[in-house]
Design a protein around this ligand. Sequence first.
Ligand code: KMH
Ligand code: ZN
Length: 281
Amino acid sequence: MATTTGTLITVAPTGAELSKGDFPQLPTTLDELVETAVACEAAGASMIHLHIRDGEHRPTLDHGHLKAAVDALREQTSLVVQLSTGGSVHDPLEQRLTVLDAEPDSCSLTCGTTNFGDDVFLNPYGFMSDLYVQAQEREVVPEFELFDLGHVAALARLIDAHGLPFGGKVHVDFVTGVPGGMPGTPAALLAGVAMLPAEVTSWAATGIGRTHLPIAAAALAAGGHLRVGMEDNVVFSRGVQVQHNRELVERVAHLAEVMQRPPMSTQDARTMLGVKDRRTA
Ligand code: KMH
Ligand code: ZN
């Protein structure tokens, strides 16, 4: 893996789990998403991980909604635009594959089924494999989401079976602290990092809920990159709710500066991830 200098900060502003009724500050409309993205880019983010909501603020994989969001963010920011193919636990696998039709720069690709609270987040090998190959064909760079140590082995299997992703880079994101997945502890994170296949060129981590900050600190210390956002954590500090995703980006951008690993520019992020530049297309 290349020596790490700057820090890639990804913001995951919305997710599929929280309701607008419970969290009115959650960005769910296109205008709110664009405002959030612009503010988070200014605060140090260089990639956005997107889940889209419909007119009633419910998670949707509707092509029109996804395409409108990709186009608007591409026009109004220079962030790397990543669409979630995980969707919500209720989305059918077939529909999750159609996310690529919106031509994002990047897509998430979760490397295995995991318990997800009281639900199951389904990612059978056949689905992962189809998504991997279709992303190669569509020239979309996958970010491999690793919720558990077994997912690291599944990633190695995908690479062995299909070769490198489009762009030749392999970027992974440890999603820790999901009830049912690997715990959000430095020890679990470092065990995952130690298992990464040689093809991996960069890694990031996020911690759900109260594991958000310790995982960010551990990832920075160990040479990793960061994901933050209301998808993963809505508590800024004890008794204080996050009011805007920018707050979470600002905090880790400061941490990264202190650690001499300042936030990476969007151009450096594009190079590191190997994404195709679709901005002038
Ligand atoms: N919403 C979760 C069930 C991803 O975006 O790829 C899945 C998820 C992972 O958030
Ligand atoms: Zn997600």
